[in-house]
Design a protein around this ligand. Structure first.
Ligand code: GDP
Ligand code: MG
Length: 162
């Protein structure tokens, strides 16, 4: 079976947009409303001749209860079933307390984690991502899922980690 790459992060950071960018299709549902993706949805991806399974997940907020608790559980299951994880953050907002809690969870899992700083739509915004080095997950990859910039470098690193 192809290796599994899970895409996780808070609601509305652009996970489904990134998934669509990677699979070159519009299968993952993108909405301005947080929490549209509720469960884990798998897609087949391909990069540089390598097949992999891409798993889109719902995001969650810190006060997890009800539906939010469910998506948090789904994201954790996605991590457990993955060979590598892409944690998507909003590159212009930076790391929130919720993001930091997720980083803690990921540390326990001991899986390879790539940090994608999404919504960096212009070169002028690149410097916004430097503080994300402080999360201790290595290099933050500035990407714009909307425009497609930076996703190649992110995928190169992700495929290498799997
Ligand atoms: P998800 O909840 O993490 O899956 O986020 P979505 O993919 O549904 O995106 C949430 C919103 O962010 C949508 O309005 C997207 O169009 C927008 N968005 C996603 N990626 C980018 C990006 O790279 N740049 C900008 N400016 N907006 C983005
Ligand atoms: Mg989504």
């Amino acid at each position: 079976a192809p290796p599994v790459l899970a895409i996780i992060g808070r609601p509305n950071v652009g996970k489904s947009t990134l998934v669509n960018r990677i699979i070159r299709s519009r299968q993952a549902v993108v909405e301005d409303v947080p929490g549209v993706t509720r469960d884990r949805v798998s897609y087949l991806g391909e990069w540089n001749g390598k097949d992999f399974t891409l798993v889109d997940t719902g995001g969650w907020e810190a006060d997890a209860k009800g539906m939010q608790k469910r998506v948090a559980e789904q994201a954790e299951i996605a991590v457990d079933e993955a060979d590598a994880v892409v944690l998507v953050l909003d590159g212009l907002v930076g790391a929130t307390a919720v993001d930091e809690a997720v980083v803690k969870m990921l540390r326990r899992k001991k899986k390879p984690v790539l940090l994608a700083a999404n919504k960096v739509d212009s070169a002028a915004q690149m410097t916004e991502v430097y503080p994300l080095w402080n999360l201790g997950l290595g290099e933050p990859y500035p990407v714009s899922a909307l425009h497609g910039s930076g996703t190649g470098d992110l995928l190169d690193a992700a495929l290498q980690a799997m």
